[in-house]
Design a protein around this ligand. Sequence first.
Ligand SMILES: [Zn+2]
Length: 51
Amino acid sequence: MSQDNLIKLECNECHRLNYHTYRNKKKVKSRLETKKHCKWCKKHTLHKETK
Ligand SMILES: [Zn+2]
């Protein structure tokens, strides 16, 4: 059994959901923020965790 939660990463510019990833709540307490390539913006943008 995994305690990891599936989270979605949303582009900070166009607010589209581009990625799904897992987060371990025990290890990571803060909201996930990562730079990823957005195919809609056609560039690397900041992606933030959303629900
Ligand atoms: Zn975007």
